[in-house]
Design a protein around this ligand. Structure first.
Ligand SMILES: [Zn+2]
Length: 849
């Protein structure tokens, strides 16, 4: 009954059969423990790339394993479907964004289905569908009612030619518009924000609960939140009844403040400026207003600033110090003003040197050292020139100076975060409309629940010019106020797509609910996600926003847990070889290159070879369809799992893909040659030595693979164990033994989560009629692992002379005795005196003669 392994035939057959049997449907059997396995959902760009394949295969193996281990598993998929590319397609090619998006979804869904992923497609969601964004809007109103959604002015990218707001992605590296090429300006608009800063402390503290997250992701989140403990200090302005407030983490350096700096936009800037400086200050403000935040704060750029002519008083010293304005101080951050301590801050040192500002040393490394500075001294030390604090340790001085400031009314202790409120307004069409109506009498009024969703109108023209397409549609914009019925205007901003993805995982447990965002009992039952898998590029924003949403909805009594994702796996990139001409800088397609001696076919230059992320521009992409067509899905899956641990980058090697194909062929031959023989065997007694060894190999594989899949998901070593087991079976002497039959079946069952199609086919060829995916995960027999005998190495004067078999339980003394009496030792020692015997239990005996 031997046949050839033909992946295409069996893969499509089983995918169809599994779908008909409903094998991937989410179990509702509450007697089983739950397991929620989730991949970060994709943007429907229209084509699946290798990075997607790796992400979804990793999650699929985990989902399949957990089902076999007796869990009820939720493994859904959806589409992060709003966003700019659909709108750009509409502008450039005249395709309606909805049509473009749904075409792409259909195409990618069939590509995903071809991968044999055990996804419950009945739970599919698309964020652009009204039955989803109805609830995105409803959730926005939850924030609005809780006082966590508000409007304020903020800067946008403004294209002065097309008269439109641009997304950051539509501005090139030179600050020009993608369409008109105009230099982009900054313009203030009234926009919506979510008050994530109210949750800064919780978002930071709860990172400690995330023991199943990579440390690096937690660190990135902590840095993004950026908690600083310090002091708020006030500097009175000379000649005005006003004070400049600053935040500092270094109150211990306050006696070294020699100037203060305001953000150019600071409301006090104009009042402190002297008539002589007025013109220069105005033109500086104008210049800075067109710079982006990134340009202003870039580390490698010289800091620009000018004096206002105004003066402030350092309340600690009573001295007058100049007030400057500079581009690196941002009004949106902190108080919009900073104190300058050039002696103890690297940036201030650079600025003071450049601008010839005084430098006053107030901390020295130790009492003896001189205070001559070549660079800012930023380490702790001993205070000098600090009045009553002289001689104090600088770390202790922080608290003492804050206490003194509080007593004197100069300031107080304060905690500040780098995190700012989340700007969610987008002046675009393809997003969820913000469900607010602006009434001249009632203000901003929530759209009543019964009127949700606020649907996107379909009769829209996309020119890429003028305001948002929604703002140009009078019939959509002009509506009566829900409260007083007077004429009012709809909000025309749509929401940041990060909002759509901040709650999608809460919808999957109850994806078809038309009456509620989700039934809390269902979502609370499945959440938190037990294993979340996705790219490191989402380490900050997506994960932080999802955690924020979870906490707000918990406080609104919709959820009963604190954190949405129990464990997080950030998979590495998929890279492939690229060939680059070092002279011209051009990438050359691998198809034109002889890999053993890579040369540029045109110029003849020797090429450099790198491994880089797959991309079209570098000609190193490998299409998933091509691999599937040539080798089948199971080989692609095995390669991805075997080539590298999941969190590491993976280098695509054709030879290794073929290696996995050969391995699956070897398994195929092993099983088909054996056929359907051998009923299940519980034979454990009276085994021959080779049978015992084979049984040990089988149970070692079960143990090792199970351990590799616990915790860290070391798929690569698990696949190695599968290979070892297949070798042990191939080498087995007695293929009629029931132990051999046990081994064949174990191999198929252990292979099932990795290569589900071939495993199912072989399971049936082995004579079974049910699905291999409904079998329970094997448990190892500890007795089978115990070796009765071990191999002991005999050495004479450190040189290996031979080996003997000895009982595994033998102690040191017994081992020495076996070794002395062995024929090997007798032969080499013959007549000489043994001075010493060194015994390494379980390994060797070395005789010194
Ligand atoms: Zn009204």
């Amino acid at each position: 009954m031997e046949s050839r392994y033909t992946p295409a035939a069996i893969e499509e057959k089983w995918q169809k059969s599994w779908a008909e049997q409903g094998l991937d449907r989410t179990s509702t059997d509450k007697s089983k423990p739950k397991f929620y396995a989730l991949s970060m959902f994709p943007y429907p760009s229209g084509s699946l790339h290798m990075g997607h394949v790796r992400n979804y295969v990793i999650t699929d193996v985990i989902a399949r394993l957990k089902r076999m281990q007796g869990y009820r598993v939720l493994h859904p998929m959806g589409w992060d479907a709003f966003g700019l590319p659909a709108e750009n397609a509409a502008i450039e090619r005249g395709i309606a964004p909805a049509k473009w998006t749904y075409q792409n979804i259909a195409q990618m869904r069939s590509q995903l289905q071809r991968l044999g992923l055990s996804i419950d497609w009945e739970k599919e969601v698309a964020t652009c569908s009204p039955d989803y964004y109805k609830w995105t809007q409803w959730l926005f109103l939850q924030f609005f009612q809780a006082g966590l959604a508000y409007q304020k002015e903020a800067a946008v990218n403004w294209d002065p030619i097309d008269q439109t707001v641009l997304a950051n992605e539509q501005v090139d590296s030179e600050g020009r518009s993608w369409r008109s090429g105009a230099i982009v300006e900054r313009k203030l608009l009234r926009q919506w924000f979510l008050k994530i800063t109210d949750y800064a402390e919780q978002l930071l503290n709860d990172l400690d609960k995330l023991t199943g997250w990579p440390d690096r992701v937690k660190l990135m989140q902590a840095n993004w939140i950026g908690k600083s403990v310090g002091a708020y200090l006030e500097f009175p302005i000379v000649g005005l009844d006003e004070k400049i407030g600053v935040f500092t983490t270094r109150p211990d350096t306050v006696y070294g403040v020699t100037y203060v700096v305001l953000a150019p936009e600071h409301p006090l800037t104009r009042s402190v400026t002297t008539p002589q400086q007025k013109e220069a200050v105005e033109s500086f403000i104008q210049e800075v207003s067109n710079q982006s935040e990134l340009e202003r704060t870039a580390e490698d750029k010289p800091k620009r600033g000018i004096p206002t002519g105004g003066k402030a008083i350092n309340p600690f010293t009573g001295e007058e110090i100049p007030i400057w304005i500079a581009d690196y101080v941002l009004y949106e951050y902190g108080t919009g003003a900073v104190m300058g301590v050039p002696a103890h801050d690297a940036r201030d040192f650079q600025f003071a040197k450049q601008k010839n500002l005084p430098i006053q040393v107030v901390i020295v490394p130790s009492k003896e050292e001189s205070a001559e500075l070549q660079a800012a001294y930023t380490e702790p030390g001993i205070l000098i020139n600090s009045d009553t604090f002289n001689g104090m340790d600088s770390v202790e001085a922080k608290q003492a100076i804050v206490q003194y400031a509080e007593k004197q009314g100069y300031g107080k202790a304060r905690i500040q975060y780098r995190l700012r409120d989340w700007l969610i307004s987008r002046q675009r069409y393809w997003g969820a409309p913000i469900p607010i109506i602006h009434c001249p009498s009632c203000g901003s009024v929530a759209v009543p629940d019964k009127d949700l969703p606020v649907k996107l109108p379909e009769d829209v023209a996309f020119s890429g010019r003028g305001g948002s397409p929604l703002a140009q549609l009078d019939s959509w914009v002009n509506v009566p106020c829900p409260t007083c019925s007077k004429p009012a205007r709809r909000e025309t901003d749509t929401m940041d797509t990060f909002i759509d993805s901040s709650w999608y995982f809460l919808r999957f447990p109850d994806a078809r609910n038309e009456k509620e965002v989700f039934e809390p009992s269902k979502t609370n039952d499945w959440m938190p996600v037990d294993q979340y898998v996705g790219g490191i590029e989402h380490a900050i924003l997506h994960l932080l926003y999802s955690r924020f949403f979870t906490k707000v909805l918990r406080d609104r009594h919709l959820l009963n847990f604190d954190e949405p994702f129990e464990r997080l796996l950030t998979q590495g990139m998929v890279q492939a070889a690229t060939y680059k001409n070092p002279v011209t800088g051009k990438y050359i397609s691998p198809a034109q290159v002889n890999p053993t001696a890579p040369k540029d076919p045109e110029t003849g230059d020797a090429l450099e070879v790198f491994y880089e992320k797959m991309s079209k521009s570098k000609y190193n992409g490998v299409a998933p369809e091509d691999v599937i067509e040539n080798y089948g899905v199971d080989t692609a899956r095995m390669f991805i799992l075997f080539k590298a641990p999941p969190e590491k980058d993976l280098e695509w090697e054709q030879a290794d893909v073929e290696g996995q194909f050969r391995f699956l062929n070897r398994v195929w031959r092993l099983v088909t040659e054996f056929g359907a023989k051998g009923a299940s065997s519980n034979k454990q007694n009276n085994l021959s030595q080779p049978e015992k060894e084979l049984r040990r190999a089988i149970h070692t594989a079960i143990k090792e693979i199970t351990e590799d899949l616990e915790g860290e998901y070391q798929f690569n070593t698990a696949v190695s164990e599968l290979m070892k087991l297949s070798n042990a079976l191939a080498d087995a002497k007695s293929k009629d033994s029931p132990i051999y039959a046990e081994g064949i079946r174990a191999l198929i069952r252990l292979l099932a989560p990795f290569a589900p199609h071939i495993a199912e086919e072989l399971w049936h060829l082995n004579g079974n009629t049910d699905s291999v995916h409904q079998q329970s995960w094997l448990k190892f027999d500890p007795d089978a692992l115990v070796a009765d005998e071990i191999t002991l190495v005999i050495q004479i004067m450190g040189k290996t002379r031979g080996t003997i078999q000895v009982p595994a339980q033998a102690d040191k003394q017994a081992l020495e005795k076996y070794a002395r009496e062995s024929e090997v030792a007798q032969r080499h020692i013959e007549g000489k005196e043994i001075k010493k015997a060194i015994v390494v239990p379980g390994k060797l005996v070395n005789f010194v003669i």
